[in-house]
Each structure stands twice: as C-alpha cells, then as structure tokens.
Design a protein around this ligand. Sequence first.
Ligand SMILES: NC(=O)c1ccc[n+]([C@@H]2O[C@H](COP(=O)([O-])OP(=O)(O)OC[C@H]3O[C@@H](n4cnc5c(N)ncnc54)[C@H](OP(=O)(O)O)[C@@H]3O)[C@@H](O)[C@H]2O)c1
Length: 217
Amino acid sequence: MDVLVIGSTKGTGHLVVSELLGRGHGVRGMVRSREQVAALEDRGATAVLGDLEGSLDGVVEGVDAVAFCAGSGSQTGPDATLRVDLHGAVRVIDACVEAGIPRFVLLSSIAADDPMRGSAAIRHYLAAMHARDRILAASGLDATIVRPGGLTHDAGTGRIEVGVPTLPSRGSIPRADVAAVLVGCLERDDTIGATFEVIGGQTPVEEALDQVAASLS
Ligand SMILES: NC(=O)c1ccc[n+]([C@@H]2O[C@H](COP(=O)([O-])OP(=O)(O)OC[C@H]3O[C@@H](n4cnc5c(N)ncnc54)[C@H](OP(=O)(O)O)[C@@H]3O)[C@@H](O)[C@H]2O)c1
C-alpha cells in the first residue's frame, strides 16, 4: 500500500514512516520545506512539499491511504490549533474525498469525545479534535480514528489497552506503540469505522485491534 504520512518529520509521524517502511509499504511523506526532503528520502520514503496552512496541491494524488499525524504542538496557542490541527486536517480530508482516496487513519486524542473530560488548559484543543473527528467520520471516507493518551518517547512495548469508545482514566503511551496501532489499522479493513482510545497496557497490539474490530460487528 502507498501511504501519505502528514507530519512525517517528527514525533509519532516519524515513527509511522519507519513502521510502514519496515512492513514493506510505500511511503510518501509531506514536508513543509525543501530542507526536510533529503532526511526523509534518505530513509527510503518519497517527499512531497505541502503545508497545512498553505498549498496542498497534489499531495494526496495517487496514494492508497493517508495517515494524519501532524499537529501545531502545545506551545503555539489556540489560533494555531484551529488553523493547523482543525482546518488543516479538514482540508486534507476534503482533498481525499475529491481525489477519491478512500482510506484515512487519524491521530486524535484521548478525551476528544468530550472536551470537558480534559483540563481547562487543553479544552480548546480537545474541542478542535472533537470537531475534526466528527467531520472525518461524516466524510464518507474509510476512516479509523485513534485517540491516544499522553504521548511519551519511551521505547515501544507492543502492548496496549484500548477503550471503545473510551477508557476510564487518563494514561500514557509511547509514540512507537501509537505508530504500530496506526499502521496496524491501515492494514486491517475490519477497523474501518472505528474510533477508540488507546494507552499503554498488557494486550498485544493485534489482539487489541481484534477487540476494536469486534466492537464494530
Ligand atoms: N502530546 C501528547 O501527549 C498527545 C496526546 C494525544 C494526542 N496527541 C496528538 O498527536 C499529535 C502528534 O504529536 P507528536 O508529538 O507525535 O508530533 P510532533 O513532534 O508535535 O510533530 C508534529 C508534526 O506536524 C508537522 N506540522 C506542524 N505544522 C504543520 C503544518 N502547518 N503543515 C504540515 N505539517 C505540520 C510537523 O512538521 P515540521 O517538522 O515541519 O514542524 C511535525 O512533523 C499532536 O499534534 C496531537 O494532535 C498528542
């Protein structure tokens, strides 16, 4: 499968690129500047220039699926959350609908189902996640929405806990495990239509995705 990764340069998206390449998929990574091209292409992916606040011309054409892992980060303020995390994602969703790219896996956040579950400081962010998840779910695309707890840089464990739709408490999870979940979902059509929360746990990723799939049947 040829997958476009949005947010390919760092964090979870960087690990999604590795996970996809390691499993034999083709990867197109979107980067914002020409200086980022070589680092991505040295890893075995193809780079495409695009910006969630600028041109997205042609970025989705020809791929089989999109993994959206980008975000404006916690230091940029609510205006960037709206411009990048919400509006940027909606523009990519619209581009997929228009170009007939069916499969879309979205990195969302725990508590995106109800922003009031989060602390006051992040409710605006959770409200943006909530809106964007609903827009994707209503888009007609073959979507899977993954809502992790707090992301860590710890090594992946391959073991998680999923909540369909929610988990009782806030937890954390290594970005590497989230990357494995996102790619696992892309490889499994039985997760299409699912929205679920995920934190570190004891269940192997594939078994946990079986639980997600079973929740849909
Ligand atoms: N932090 C948490 O605990 C947590 C918990 C749950 C969910 N999440 C979600 O997970 C997402 C990923 O977090 P992360 O820490 O793994 O990633 P990250 O290190 O913050 O990386 C963000 C990525 O988004 C890209 N990006 C930012 N603005 C862009 C724009 N205008 N156009 C195109 N790309 C843009 C960045 O590219 P550049 O290299 O060009 O900047 C980078 O590749 C967050 O945004 C959030 O929505 C986070």
